[in-house]
Design a protein around this ligand. Structure first.
Ligand SMILES: NC(=O)C1=CN([C@@H]2O[C@H](COP(=O)(O)OP(=O)(O)OC[C@H]3O[C@@H](n4cnc5c(N)ncnc54)[C@H](OP(=O)(O)O)[C@@H]3O)[C@@H](O)[C@H]2O)C=CC1
Ligand SMILES: CC(=O)N[C@@H](CCC(=O)OP(=O)(O)O)C(=O)O
Length: 339
């Protein structure tokens, strides 16, 4: 079988190196181009030493015609939001399929995008046909998509943590609390003050209270699952660790529930979904590190439902789920290169 020729944009970043590690072991994918503005001309392995003797392709500036000449069929965009929507339209026009890891095509309504991202959306034409790439919920739409909006790292814990309860209409749909913690790689490799070692080491801090842009992303997906509005209070925290996301979610049941039934609902909802593990033991980020698993644990505490969710922000939260989407789009087994 011919391999699918792939390009990775934003090759010097954290999600890109994680993606390259997975694609290099994918039997049906071949990475033929990696782009970077700052590192163009250097071998990928010079920028990411973990790939020494494994991948020495020189990085290049992004040129859609050059990607077309190389026969690129699938582009993975590992660029910041705001940039993706500038560079992706010509690639789609040239017939390439795109998996965008940024947030640019996740929110269906450009008015909601402008409200939370504080900038106007510049590619509403492609936004209209973008598919939200959360495979456990939207696999059928992902299979036929030309443009997949890879889901955000935090939102996956909130959406998959709550979907079984929202779907079965078992909880109140306002005031759901999602309390999340992330490792520092969640902020990317591009330097910023808050991620300097002396700023974040030995410290835990909250940010984006009431304003974080993942709030509408979580609400949008859960509103589709529940066929009606859902409102969450999402509070992210920065943790002094490299990687991992842990979310503690608090929901109020609409009717009395027993714990056995609750666990059964989760296990049935995720039966046949290879990357969501409903556990009988308490999850931890370490159990999911470097994997595409998202671990869930559910318990009744004083009349409230507590859901714990853990994942690796760079694999399950970004590059692993991107390859899961790639597998669905190109007709490969969903788990290829991910187990
Ligand atoms: N880190 C994470 O855990 C997750 C990240 N994401 C999303 O994935 C995307 C990539 O994230 P991540 O890899 O962490 O980010 P990084 O900051 O690590 O890398 C992004 C890369 O994009 C390139 N870049 C930066 N600014 C521009 C620009 N204005 N124009 C063109 N290229 C630019 C840079 O490469 P160069 O300067 O060499 O061109 C940079 O290395 C982001 O949209 C992020 O929000 C999603 C889920 C999780
Ligand atoms: C720790 C940390 O800073 N995390 C990032 C997560 C961003 C991310 O990767 O999500 P998007 O793809 O939606 O940008 C943040 O809160 O902005």
């Amino acid at each position: 079988m011919n391999k699918v020729k792939c390009a990775v944009l934003g090759g010097s970043g954290y999600t890109a190196v994680e993606l390259l590690k997975i694609l290099l072991r994918h039997p049906h994918a071949e990475v033929v181009a990696v782009t970077s503005r700052q590192e163009a001309g250097k071998p990928v392995s010079a920028v990411h030493p973990v790939l020494t003797n494994r991948f020495d392709l020189p990085m290049e500036n992004l040129d859609p015609a050059a990607l077309q000449a190389k026969g690129v069929e699938c582009v993975f965009g590992c660029l910041p939001h705001g940039t993706s929507m500038e560079v992706i339209p010509p690639l789609l026009d040239l017939g390439m399929r795109v998996i965008d890891l940024s947030a640019d095509y996740r929110l269906a309504d450009p008015v909601v995008y402008a409200e939370w991202y504080k900038e106007t959306h510049h590619d509403t034409a492609n936004l209209e046909h973008a598919v939200y790439g959360l495979p456990e919920l939207f696999a059928n739409a992902i299979r036929g998509a030309k443009l997949v909006a890879n889901p955000g790292c935090y939102p996956q814990t909130g959406i998959l943590g709550l979907a079984p309860l929202i779907r079965a209409n078992l909880i109140e749909r306002e005031g759901i609390i999602i309390d999340s913690k992330s490792g520092v790689s969640g902020a990317g490799r591009t330097p910023k003050l808050s991620t300097l070692f002396p700023e974040c080491n030995e410290s835990v801090s909250a940010y984006g209270i009431g304003t974080h842009r993942h709030t509408p992303e979580i609400e949008q997906a859960l509103s589709i699952v529940g066929d009606g509005p859902v409102q969450v209070i999402f509070t992210p925290h920065l943790m002094p660790m490299d990687r991992g996301i842990f979310s503690t979610i608090y929901a109020t049941p609409r009717l009395p529930l027993d714990e056995g039934r609750l666990v059964k609902i989760y296990k049935e909802y995720y039966r046949g979904k290879p990357f969501v593990r409903v556990r009988d033991t308490l999850p931890a980020t370490k159990d999911t590190a470097h994997t595409n698993y998202l671990d869930l644990y559910v318990k009744l505490v004083r009349g409230r439902i507590l859901i714990l969710a853990a994942e690796d922000n760079l694999v399950r939260g970004a590059s692993g789920v991107a390859v899961q989407n790639f597998n669905l789009m190109f007709g490969f087994d969903e788990t290829t290169a991910l187990e």
